[in-house]
Design a protein around this ligand. Structure first.
Ligand code: FAD
Length: 393
């Protein structure tokens, strides 16, 4: 480890590794630090991604793909099933990954591009001089170090502290975070070519249960509910246990994880002088699905390029880094804002209304429909929904 780099990236998730790789490919000196001893472990993710978007960043590799999914089966509270092909179902079905291997593969790609990677290295604060972030304080194997950088990237995930240290408001209200619990299970007997979603306020208030195939009769069975619906003696894990005991009483639990997904929509600011936030640290996950892997990678690519541009201009002020703010808001930011509107509508729906949506879509052939056809079919049968979502059109 040197004590000075062009760019220091904090956090080696998808956002951090892609940012670091992009900046290094442009010729910058880059350090990527990760507080855990193993990149990607423990996993806090259902591991579903869109094939098309993933391929923009990395060639699919059988070593980290557990399942190649054909579509989704979505269940309304009364059991009505709607089946959708993968390209209609959206960003979180396509491949189901093995993130322990995937995240490491992304860090490996970054290292091949010239990035220096340090594990068991925790950022503990920022070096700030005259209103500019000038580097990071880190702790590694009991020793403290100061590392200077022209630009610091906060890619430290949902529990991000980097934004706060830089004076950026990243706080999330309980109503803006999905609290999640998930089991890796064997013996559910699900069709391994489909992702399953269960809706309903009894099953998952203001959220959903997912079952994503992992190959060899294994599956991620998880739940996300809005933080403000958790409590009163019933948390996400209790809803998950009820679901699992009811549906798969004989299946076995092989792993468990819990975590949070920000569903707040775009925050006001993701830059400071000498600093950018990417991925979950910048609250860039999708408010309706909770998916954040692809958005993290997209934002990381933009941040890596902007870091190069700003350093080339010899100007890392917020005026210069505003290029990042503008570019991510024009792309993934738009999707996030639209999803927020849809989320705010759907989380108000009663089970009766969810059932009615299910009925209006039952039997529709989604494999021959575009997304617009789908929305049209949905809205034709549900005028209230059309009215609530009018701002999207
Ligand atoms: P992370 O992947 O969280 O990486 C942040 C990294 O920073 C971590 O490795 C962390 O250890 C490190 N770090 C934190 N603080 C420090 C520090 N001080 N110093 C050094 N390192 C630090 N998304 C999908 O697309 N599809 C899904 O199916 C899906 N399912 C999910 C299910 C659950 C239960 C949860 C909780 C999330 C799910 N997500 C899903 C969301 C997805 O996991 C995140 O959006 C994605 O991981 C964001 O990537 P990131 O790089 O921003 O953050």
């Amino acid at each position: 480890m040197k004590n000075e780099y062009d760019v220091v990236v904090i956090g080696a998730g998808p956002a951090g590794s892609i940012t670091a790789k992009t900046a290094a490919e442009k010729g910058l000196s880059v350090l990527l630090i990760e507080k855990r001893q193993e990149i990607g472990d423990p996993v806090r993710c259902a591991e579903g991604v869109s094939k098309v978007w993933l391929r923009k960043h990395i060639e699919p590799d059988h070593r980290w793909i557990c399942a190649d999914v054909k579509g989704s089966r979505i269940f309304a509270p009364d059991g009505t099933m709607v089946e959708m092909a993968e390209e209609i179902a959206g960003g979180e079905v396509g491949y189901v990954l093995e993130r322990k291997i995937f995240d490491r593969a992304l860090a490996y790609e970054a290292s091949k591009a010239g990035v220096e990677v340090m594990v068991k290295t925790r950022a503990t604060g920022l070096i700030i001089e005259n209103g500019f972030i000038k580097g990071v304080n880190v702790s590694h194997l009991g020793q403290s170090y100061d590392i200077k950088a022209k630009i610091v990237i906060g890619a430290d995930g949902v529990e991000s502290k980097v934004g706060r240290w830089a004076g950026i408001d990243t706080s999330i209200k309980p109503a803006d975070i999905e609290t999640c619990a998930q089991y890796l299970m064997s013996g559910t007997g699900i069709d391994q070519e489909y992702c399953y979603f269960y809706l309903g306020n009894e099953v998952a208030p203001a959220g959903y249960v997912w079952i994503f195939p992992k190959g060899n009769d294994m599956a991620n069975v998880g739940i996300g509910i809005l933080g403000n619906k958790s409590g009163n003696g019933k948390h996400a894990i209790d809803y998950l246990n009820d679901f699992v005991n009811d549906k798969y009483p004989d299946a076995k639990i092989l792993e468990m994880d819990v975590g949070g997904v920000p569903v707040s929509g775009s925050i006001e600011r993701t830059i400071a002088n000498g600093l950018m936030l990417v991925g979950d640290a910048a609250r860039q996950s999708d408010p309706i699905t909770g998916g954040g892997i692809i958005n993290a990678m997209e934002a990381g690519k933009i941040a890596g390029e902007v870091a190069y541009n700003a350093i080339s201009r010899n100007d890392v002020s917020t005026d210069s880094l505003n290029e990042y703010e503008v570019k991510w808001r024009e792309t993934i930011g738009r999707e996030i804002d639209n999803s927020l509107i849809v989320k705010n509508t759907f989380t108000k729906f009663s089970d009766k209304e969810l059932n009615s949506l299910g009925h209006s879509l039952k039997g529709v052939n989604f494999s021959s429909m575009s997304l617009l056809d789908l929305l049209y079919a949905l809205f034709k049968a549900n005028k209230k929904l059309l009215w609530e979502l009018r701002v999207l059109f």
